[in-house]
Design a protein around this ligand. Structure first.
Ligand SMILES: *[C@@H]1O[C@H](CO)[C@@H](O)[C@H](O)[C@H]1NC(C)=O
Ligand SMILES: *[C@@H]1O[C@H](CO)[C@@H](O)[C@H](O)[C@H]1NC(C)=O
Ligand SMILES: *[C@@H]1O[C@H](CO)[C@@H](O)[C@H](O)[C@H]1NC(C)=O
Ligand SMILES: *[C@@H]1O[C@H](CO)[C@@H](O)[C@H](O)[C@H]1NC(C)=O
Ligand SMILES: *[C@@H]1O[C@H](CO)[C@@H](O)[C@H](O)[C@H]1NC(C)=O
Length: 405
């Protein structure tokens, strides 16, 4: 019980800072909490990107790591010139009169460092790499910069031998993710001469585990006519819960060990689109202050591994980041030779939800005075999942789960 309260208090104290920051996204707050310097911009970008992706693939699972995409595109801007560069940074939401490019890259460098610490408490692997046709002669300065700020690397690849190049890229990602992410090659464009690959894997450890004994095969209702079987985990205890009166949904907040916070969002039937449209910094802020401890929530969550692979071209072009994919692309900071003819940005994100947690037993159900009726919450129809690092306020994952099977 003390842990629950502690978590809750910690949450409230951090959400206060968040409020301040939401009102003043720039100077004052970044001095006060540099670890959240880029958070408002990145969180806005996260929801914007997600909403665009959902519009592109309305009935599909969508699963991305927004902070990782922000970082990757900012990194690419280091090697871009003129309009390609400003489009990338402005497309990410940065106001270049309010924040300098140096501040942006330093901000990401610090964020990368902090997320590296998070990687040790969660099972999390995040990174990116740029593959460039070897005829294009990579500039040393670019390699040095991306290593310095983003701990990333650029690799010269022989794209003439496509079979081999795609195998190399695959191997690279498999190697970096310790075998967790094994196949990106099917999404690669064989005409590309510059490929930016971004990957993220996460498997958190719950502050309170689910008991594997309680995991049972159940139906998940994909839509009115179709259902699939999934292993459904469950636990009953004190939880932060909200039946929202503004946005038609129920929300429950679970915590990972460390700084990871997970919101499971169950839209009321038929209201998925309304809830997605309402996702914003303000909504999250409101939820974080209105979620309240319920004496007993009977929670059911599918035990699944969810992943998504995206060629981000269409959606980024939609968001105004287009030069990079056209013959207007200026990559003068990456190579001095003729710019790459076709560039591609691939993102792959994967999340494993399972029972694993830290506390050996769930805390007793009646630790709080009985103030409310028990609630049963079954994530057995399409839902949303939002994972934050509440120290840096980074959106680690954002997903729409339509069909978990
Ligand atoms: C590309 O960007 C660089 C640096 O901003 C600039 O000097 C150069 O003129 C640009 N090239 C073209 C073709 O616009
Ligand atoms: C960008 O920042 C400047 C300086 O802080 C401000 O005056 C301007 O309104 C901002 N532009 C946008 C589009 O927010
Ligand atoms: C995979 O990683 C190992 C150890 O880090 C390294 O020796 C090996 O060269 C890597 N293989 C590839 C294909 O990158
Ligand atoms: C329901 O989902 C199934 C499986 O994904 C799909 O084949 C079917 O077209 C969907 N039906 C409706 C009415 O959306
Ligand atoms: C949250 O992250 C910060 C920065 O990495 C770290 O100092 C702190 O110990 C973390 N808190 C927990 C509860 O892990």
């Amino acid at each position: 019980m003390p842990l629950v309260l502690y978590t809750c208090l910690f949450w409230l104290s951090t959400s206060g800072l968040w409020t301040v920051q939401a009102m003043d996204p720039s100077a004052v707050v970044s001095a006060r909490s540099p670890h959240r310097g880029l958070a408002p911009t990145n969180v806005d970008f996260a929801f914007d990107l997600f909403q665009h992706l959902v519009a592109w693939a309305p009935n599909k699972n969508i699963f991305i790591s927004p902070v990782s995409i922000s970082m990757t595109l900012a990194m690419l801007s280091l090697g871009s010139g003129s309009r390609t560069r400003s489009q990338l940074l402005q497309g990410l939401g940065f106001n270049l009169t309010a924040i300098s490019e140096a501040e942006i890259h330093q901000g990401f460098q610090y964020l990368h460092h902090l997320l590296g610490e998070l990687e040790r408490s969660l099972e999390m692997i995040m990174g990116n790499a740029l593959f460039l046709d070897h005829n294009l002669e990579l500039l040393e300065s670019f390699s040095a910069d991306i290593k310095h700020y983003y701990e990333s690397e650029a690799l010269a690849t022989d794209f003439q031998d496509w079979e081999r190049a795609s195998r190399e890229i695959n191997e690279y990602v498999r190697n970096k993710t310790k075998g967790k992410i094994v196949d990106v090659s099917s999404d690669l464009d064989s005409l590309a001469t510059l490929i930016l690959v971004n990957y993220m894997f996460l498997k958190g450890t719950w502050a309170y585990p689910f008991d594997p004994e309680n995991t049972k095969e159940k139906s998940f209702y994909v839509n009115e006519t179709s259902k699939v079987k999934v292993p459904m985990m469950s636990q009953s205890r004190v939880m932060l819960y909200l039946h929202d009166s503004v946005v038609p949904c129920q929300v429950v907040q679970l915590n990972y060990v460390g700084n990871g916070t997970v919101f499971f969002i169950l839209p009321d039937k038929g209201h998925m689109d309304t809830v997605i449209a309402a996702l914003s910094r303000d909504t999250i802020q409101r939820w974080s202050t209105t979620l309240t401890l319920r004496n007993q929530v009977d929670l059911y969550i599918p035990k699944v591994s969810i992943s998504g692979t995206y060629d981000l071209k269409s959606v980024l072009v939609d968001m105004g980041i287009s030069d990079l994919f056209s013959n207007q692309a200026n990559f003068s900071g990456i190579t001095q030779k003729a710019p790459p003819s076709i560039s591609q940005v691939i993102h792959k994100a994967m999340l494993q939800l399972d029972e694993r947690g830290m506390a050996p037993t769930a805390p007793t159900k009646n630790a709080l005075p009985l103030t409310s009726e028990p609630v049963t919450l079954r994530f057995d129809r399409p839902f949303l999942i939002l994972i934050f690092d509440h120290f840096t306020w980074s959106t680690l994952f954002l997903g729409k789960v339509v069909n978990p099977a």
